[in-house]
Design a protein around this ligand. Sequence first.
Ligand code: ZN
Length: 356
Amino acid sequence: MRAAVARRDRLEVAELDDPQPGSGHVLVKTLACGICGSDLHAAQDLRRFIELTGRVGGPGSLDPDRDLVFGHEFCAEIVDFGPSTERRLPIGTQVCSFPAIVGPSGPQPIGYSNEFPGGLAELMTLQEALLLPVPEGLSPEQAALTEPLAVGRHAVARADLTGGEVCLVIGAGPVGLAVVAALRERGARPVIAADFSPTRRRLAEVAGADEVIDPAARSPYAGWGDLGIPTGVGERTLMDMLGMPVRETVIFEAVGAPGVLQSIVDGAPPRARVVVVGVCMQPDGIEPFLAVAKELDVRFAFGYTPDEFATTLETLGRHELPAEALITLRVGLDGVSDAFAALRDPVEHGKVLVTH
Ligand SMILES: [Zn+2]
């Protein structure tokens, strides 16, 4: 089979042996697969990526000197079954799957495994027990957005919304867009999204943002007063003492670059909840005094649960999420390397899909 292989710090299209489905596995033909920000991080500095995932006790173990096929945001079609499979879904069924598989050396994350190729290959093996059939009327490309959109659903779940919060999303790349879409689905209002890219601001509107902000033109943190939110600690304390109702704020960090968390800590109103879902791999600093004095509640979000994944696919099947509009580029395997390079300067793209 053909695959885009990460090999010696490069991405190259190569011919690999077809994967053989093991016990409990199915062989699938990949139909569409998204390129994720985590893939870009890993491709850029695989050793650092391996070191960090090792320190949190992540599943699997990656060898930077062996071939690796990225791709964990996929939709595929069943072509064959391995031993010890139930075969409840017939050959030809289009499926999505939580990106994990159990191999001889234990559970492995699909897309970050030397043993199991990800969706940037023509064929993959998946765990039969994790397969979810694609709902009728949903294209493989739309279904491939299940994974990134589930990330947004999970981040919003981590925010513990109680209703009435003002939600600000910093960054409208694929993660921020997924957060905006999940907030809209939850009925949160207003949802405000900030991004320097006009393309991404337009996509944020499509995803359901009530208002978009160009941070080059005005600070995303300048409008609290207009929304009736006290901006200073003194003002907030006074309102609390007088028993005045205060509108709460949730800020999502969906950029994942050094300095962004500090800008949020600096710009957040007192008692704001902050959900960090952007993945920053470098050390980063904040001024804790600001967060302490404002009593900010900072949480971190990563991935999604299997339930959130399945619910996202169902929601896509009901066409309640704006999947199609978020896809801004489709490439074949030969275009993967260029697409990775283009995404390093991520101003013009929403979701990039590799189609087979
Ligand atoms: Zn991803």
